[in-house]
Design a binder for this molecule. Structure first.
Ligand SMILES: Cc1ncc(COP(=O)(O)O)c(C=O)c1O
Length: 339
């Protein structure tokens, strides 16, 4: 008997789904596994990538609370902030983005995601890394000032990564169900943990014991993501009183993270990572981003070179988007070195 359909909260329609699941025949031959790509980079154009799936649930909640402005935060070139700003414009809401930069007095140029943030009219607030660490207090202060001015703010957490947003990736697993009849490993990039939380929760809710969900952390470390993803999953289980078939959720057993591929650091690339990105673009016409998917794919490639059966015979690589991260001149210059 198949498990009952999960009790999805209300969502808006923002993402173009289902996204395609594409075969990667030449990369499969090279890497020695059946490799497929879940094209979540195709959830839209400017409003694209993994964040859109989470935002469907988060904006539904913002609407239910009658918000007129959404606030969120991220790195300067945050895909999540750009997606939030575009979605807000699509829904007729204002947006304010708290963006992290070493020196707020001279913020980065308006290229890539920042340019799109500005095109759709987001209000950009540049903050230092220290202020960013204390962002909860900053959000509170911003919201208090907005309320005093008669506005109705709604805060979306970093990466849209909370229990509500994680439903976006439970839906993605449901979309993949017809393709998950045989043992398969899903590989994805973990940045703030919400995508991983949804995938893990979806795997457990649908009782997919023969499916592995493996994250590659692009910042922090394994322990951080086991905790971050575990907290979101546990929060969702408690909030919606979810019943999982099989054993209770266990952070250590259910959250699989491959550490060791942060490289030079968050949003900093090594030539080998960029060369791997270019190789996939040339062999399959699939363009990864340097910050997340490029690193996750490099990890997949490296792990398979070490052990061709590290992930079994069939792998689905989740392409979570982020192409605008290739556009800033500093990235384009680094990329030019490997072209
Ligand atoms: C393109 C891309 N891939 C992956 C991720 C990681 O997703 P999450 O923050 O849900 O871990 C992000 C955002 O952080 C992203 O922008």
């Amino acid at each position: 008997m198949s498990p009952p359909r999960p009790p999805y909260p209300h969502r808006l329609h923002l993402a173009q789904t289902p996204t395609p699941l594409s075969a990667l025949p030449r990369a499969s031959a090279e890497l020695g596994v059946e490799l497929l790509c879940k094209r979540d980079d195709l959830t839209g154009a400017a409003l694209s990538g993994n964040k859109v799936r989470k935002l469907e649930f988060l904006f539904a909640d913002a609407r239910a609370q009658d918000a007129d402005i959404v606030l969120t935060c991220g790195g300067a070139q945050s895909n999540h902030c750009r997606a939030t700003a575009v979605a807000a414009a699509e829904l007729g809401l204002a947006s304010r983005l708290l963006l992290r930069t070493p020196d707020p007095a001279s913020p980065p140029a308006a290229t890539g995601n920042i340019l799109l943030d500005r095109v759709v009219g987001a209000d950009l607030v540049w903050i230092t890394p220290a202020e960013y660490r204390d962002r909860a207090a900053r959000f509170e202060a911003e919201c208090a000032a907005l309320r005093a001015a008669g506005r109705r703010p709604y805060v979306i957490p970093e990466g849209g990564s909370n229990a509500l947003g994680s439903w976006g990736y439970v839906r993605c697993i449901e979309e993949l169900l017809p393709e998950l009849g045989v043992p398969t490993t899903i590989v994805y990039a973990a940045g703030s943990g919400g995508t991983g939380a949804g995938l893990v929760l979806g795997k457990r809710l649908f009782g997919l014991d023969h499916v592995r969900v493996v994250g590659v952390n692009v910042c922090d470390d394994r322990a951080y993501f086991v905790r971050a993803i575990g907290e979101i999953v546990e929060d969702a289980i408690a909030r919606w009183k979810l019943e999982l078939p099989g054993p209770a959720f266990s952070r250590e057993r259910d959250v699989e993270i491959i550490d060791g591929y942060v490289g030079r650091g968050y949003a900093q690339s090594r030539p080998v990572e960029l060369a791997s990105l270019v190789a996939l673009a040339r062999s399959e016409g699939v363009i990864l981003d340097p910050v997340y998917t490029g690193k996750a794919f490099f990890a997949l490639r490296s792990e398979l070179a070490r052990d061709p059966r590290a992930f079994g015979e069939r792998v689905i690589f989740l392409h979570t988007g982020g192409v605008f991260g290739l556009m800033p001149p500093a990235v384009a210059d680094e990329l030019a070195e490997v072209l």
